[in-house]
Design a binder for this molecule. Structure first.
Ligand code: UD1
Ligand code: MG
Length: 420
């Protein structure tokens, strides 16, 4: 048998659409799942396939969307947002001279898995198909295009929800939007699509009917886990996708040795690093760019915002908010504290109710607390300020100037009493 030549792959990502059904000014593909724009997940997926070429089709507020497109991806602008077929046509202008397989991905379908796409692509090339669709069987297919099959169960077209009659609406097999094409056939037939539908748009899905009529080989691969097919058009779908991604993030962290007492009430952003044997208690929110060491205790009710670093053996306990702060090893911040723009050393005890007053109305100011400090309950630290090693503050101190090493400060405003 002659060795099969693997066709080169180009991917076109459709991300030009508005946020009409989201009722949002932000482009839909920039809406976030676990702290990351949904398009980011699609871009990762594409990178994992290692295609020869990648084209992103942008349109609505493209200047915002292009900020998250990595180098190496060609950007094409769809001038008028008149449908997915027109978007693909725009994408193909960047692929002149390319011969091979074109995979279409939608920027609003971020839950797909690499293995699923690999399977689709393998099937497509091994069987020499002209168009291979990724389909899914859904109990509630509302909103999706339905796959129409002929009496030999070959795919003969796709009908969109808005254009479907009652019988067609009963079809449970849907179009995920993911399709692999032979490039030349895609290109030569796109122009035949007309906007003869309720939305007056150029539907990419119409190409399937055109292919079928021409007796091109059209085939479908049904996705195993229908959840992967979720296309996000509404805020409710965004929330659904968010909880799926959150579950995956939490499960991965647990596999890596993190205890999450109640995953259902723990919200950890994509990309958070947490060391082994750390325990996350319920009702904790961890936002982007947070790193937590080993054997820490976080929560319940902790809110760790961007730029937080906890070294090993840190306790960031009940009702804590931290942002842009580094906390040294074996430091306790156990109850009701706000630490913003701060650097806290090792072996520090931050008493209940401690607040860094980091914002003076104009600027964010920095607090430095060195190793082995004891901050008394209800201390307010008016930044910028430095608190030296082994220093102590009394309960209720308002610190407005630096405290030297080993000094004790009390009162309002904080007076230095003595050196220990
Ligand atoms: C689309 C499919 C539908 C499928 C569903 C799966 C069509 C006509 N329908 O419907 O069969 O079941 O996805 O989720 O394709 N876009 C552009 N330019 C445009 C229009 C859209 O780039 O002019 C982009 C959007 O940004 C989005 C993607 O194409 O990422 C899909 O568009 P969307 O409007 O969400 O299509 P659906 O109605 O979900
Ligand atoms: Mg959609």
């Amino acid at each position: 048998m002659p060795k099969k030549i693997k066709k080169e792959l180009a991917v076109i990502i459709l991300a030009a659409g508005k946020s009409t059904r989201m009722k949002s000014e932000l482009p839909k593909v920039l809406h976030k799942l676990c702290g990351r724009p949904m398009l980011g997940y699609v871009l990762d997926l594409v990178a994992s396939l290692k295609p020869a070429r990648v084209v992103a089709v942008l349109g609505y507020k493209q200047e915002l969307v292009r900020k998250i497109i990595p180098r190496g991806i060609e950007i094409v602008i769809q001038k008028k947002l008149i449908g997915t077929a027109d978007a693909v046509k725009a994408g193909l202008t960047a692929l002149k001279g390319f011969k091979g397989t074109v995979l279409i991905l939608y920027g609003d379908s971020p839950l797909l898995k690499k293995q699923t796409l690999k399977k689709l692509l393998d099937y497509h090339s091994e069987n020499n198909v002209d168009a291979t669709l990724l389909t899914a069987q859904l109990k509630e297919p509302f909103g999706y295009g339905r796959i129409m099959r002929d009496k030999y169960s070959g795919i003969c077209g796709i009908v969109e929800e808005k254009d479907a009659d009652e019988v067609q609406k009963d079809i449970k097999e849907i179009n995920t939007g993911i399709m692999a094409f032979k490039k030349d056939k895609l290109l030569s037939n796109l122009g035949k699509i007309r906007p003869n539908n309720r939305k007056k748009e150029y539907y990419l899905t119409d190409i399937i009917g055109i292919f079928a009529k021409k007796d091109y080989l059209v085939d479908g691969l049904k996705i195993k886990d229908a959840q992967e097919a979720l296309g996000i058009n509404t805020r409710a779908e965004l929330a659904k996708a968010n909880s799926i991604v959150q579950k995956e993030i939490n499960e991965k962290l647990m596999q890596e040795g993190v205890t999450i007492v109640d995953p259902a009430s723990t919200f950890i952003n994509f990309g958070t690093k947490i060391g082994k044997d750390t325990v996350i208690y319920p009702f904790t929110v961890i936002e982007r760019d947070v790193k937590i060491g080993k054997r820490c205790f976080v929560g319940p009710f902790a809110h760790l915002r961007d730029g937080v670093r906890l070294a090993d053996d840190v306790t960031a306990g009940n009702f804590i908010e931290m942002v842009r702060s580094r906390i040294g090893a074996k430091t306790f911040v156990k109850h009701f504290s706000y630490l913003g723009d701060s650097s806290v050393g090792a072996n520090v005890n931050i008493g209940a109710g401690t607040v860094t007053a980091n914002f003076d109305g104009q600027n964010k100011n920095y607090t430095v607390i060195k190793d082995n400090v004891k901050i008394g309950s209800d201390t307010v630290i008016v930044a910028p300020v430095k608190i030296g090693r082994f220093a102590v503050t009394g309960a209720g101190t308002v610190v407005i100037k630096n405290i030297p090493d080993k000094a004790v400060a009390v009162g309002v405003p904080g007076r230095i009493l003595k050196k220990r």
